[in-house]
Design a protein around this ligand. Structure first.
Ligand SMILES: Cc1cc2nc3c(=O)[nH]c(=O)nc-3n(C[C@H](O)[C@H](O)[C@H](O)COP(=O)(O)OP(=O)(O)OC[C@H]3O[C@@H](n4cnc5c(N)ncnc54)[C@H](O)[C@@H]3O)c2cc1C
Length: 335
């Protein structure tokens, strides 16, 4: 294979119900940084139906070009339809790198495409860099998060990776950015469409995704039970925050998996992360240590969480959380 034929960083930008997903914009931001080192372009791949009018937004968030495919077959994500379209885009444009969000869609699509394009895929990356030889260095936790493995795909192209939502940062929107928008018309083989979308059922309409929250009040085994989490819920209400959890409380059946922070949960980067009764295991830290401000409440002064906290309170959360909540409510009323 002549690697020099393969150029540019392609980013698969997900849409759901026509809404661009934040992880796509985060990846455009990272791709912009990497493309400058490589001297290549960032190309957004955008698939859906009636989505053309959103292509300019992708340019404003860092894409130099957009390749979009707009047809009824691509309205909702379906593995085969999307795999056929992206494999054809890849065959035409020969990307050097393709990045996907490590979402349910990206985790389904990435492996399918890596098999179809006969190349490698590094899943769930937390860091992407370019080596001196201009290869993509893809870093991800390995062996239960006890070490970080950096993986390269030197023999095949495109180099492909999935990256978790919330890990990379999107660029500030620049409405003056200009770029080329190109339509791609996939030629489908419907005989391979084995799956039909019958209906879509949304999980929980009222609840916000914790990766989108500006403030998270997170509880661990030290919080212990539903009554403990009610105290955290009251504080979260005052702060207009969401409640999240360590894996210990998910495994115990106290909290649902979709609010788990960490290596096997979600990666979050809120403005404020409150870690309450959480020891700070490496698998938990992997999901929250990039938060802007971390406040830990723990009765063990030697808990590892204090190693990453900006502010630490040593004591029993049962006493501290209600007092803090009361004080905040009072201050807010006085304002
Ligand atoms: C492959 C793998 C993947 C994993 N993925 C994740 C993951 O995604 N997310 C995750 O969180 N974990 C994950 N884990 C588990 C992780 O290793 C820890 O076991 C887990 O994070 C511990 O949760 P915790 O901090 O709530 O509990 P503990 O480690 O038991 O800590 C409880 C803390 O509460 C404090 N405490 C107790 N009572 C009080 C009180 N009244 N007031 C204040 N503080 C109190 C204690 O001092 C202690 O520090 C994973 C593990 C493996 C092996």
């Amino acid at each position: 294979m002549d690697k020099s034929n393969y150029k540019n960083i392609f980013v698969f930008v997900e849409q759901r119900d026509g809404v661009i997903q934040p992880v796509g914009l985060e990846l455009l931001g990272k791709a912009h940084e990497l493309a400058q080192i490589l001297g290549e372009k960032v190309v957004a791949m955008f698939l859906g139906h009636n989505i053309k009018n959103q292509c300019q937004t992708l340019i404003e968030y860092g894409a130099d070009e957009v390749v979009y495919a707009d047809c009824p077959e691509l309205k909702d994500y379906l593995t085969e339809q999307y795999s056929q379209a992206i494999a054809q885009i890849s065959d035409k444009y020969l990307p050097n790198i393709i990045l996907f969000g490590a979402t349910t869609i990206g985790r389904d699509l990435g492996p399918r495409l890596s098999a179809r394009l006969a190349t490698g895929l590094t899943a769930d990356c937390t860091k992407l860099e370019i080596s001196e030889e201009k290869e993509l260095m893809m870093t991800r936790p390995a062996f239960g998060g006890n070490l970080m493995a950096t993986i390269m795909c030197t023999e095949h192209r495109p180099q492909m990776s999935t990256v978790r939502p919330g890990v990379m940062q999107k660029m500030a929107r620049d409405t003056s950015r200009k770029g080329e928008i190109m339509e791609f018309k996939p030629v489908f083989d419907p005989s391979k469409f084995a799956v039909k979308l019958v209906k879509k059922v949304k999980a929980d309409k009222g609840k916000m995704d914790i990766t989108e929250a500006k403030i998270l009040v997170s509880g661990g085994r030290g919080v212990g039970c539903k009554e403990g989490f009610e105290k955290l819920g009251a504080l979260a209400k005052t702060l207009n925050a969401q409640v999240s959890s360590s894996r210990a409380m998910v495994d115990a059946g106290v909290m649902p998996h979709d609010v788990q922070v960490g290596q096997t949960g979600k990666t979050v980067r809120p403005n404020l992360y409150m870690a309450i009764g959480i020891s700070g295991a490496i698998q938990h830290l992997a999901g929250m240590e990039e938060s802007d401000l971390i406040i830990a409440i723990n009765r063990d002064k030697d808990a590892p969480i204090f190693g990453v906290a900006d502010l630490g309170v040593v004591g029993d959360f049962n006493k501290i959380v209600p007092l803090l909540n009361e004080r905040l409510q009072k201050e807010m009323q006085e304002k």
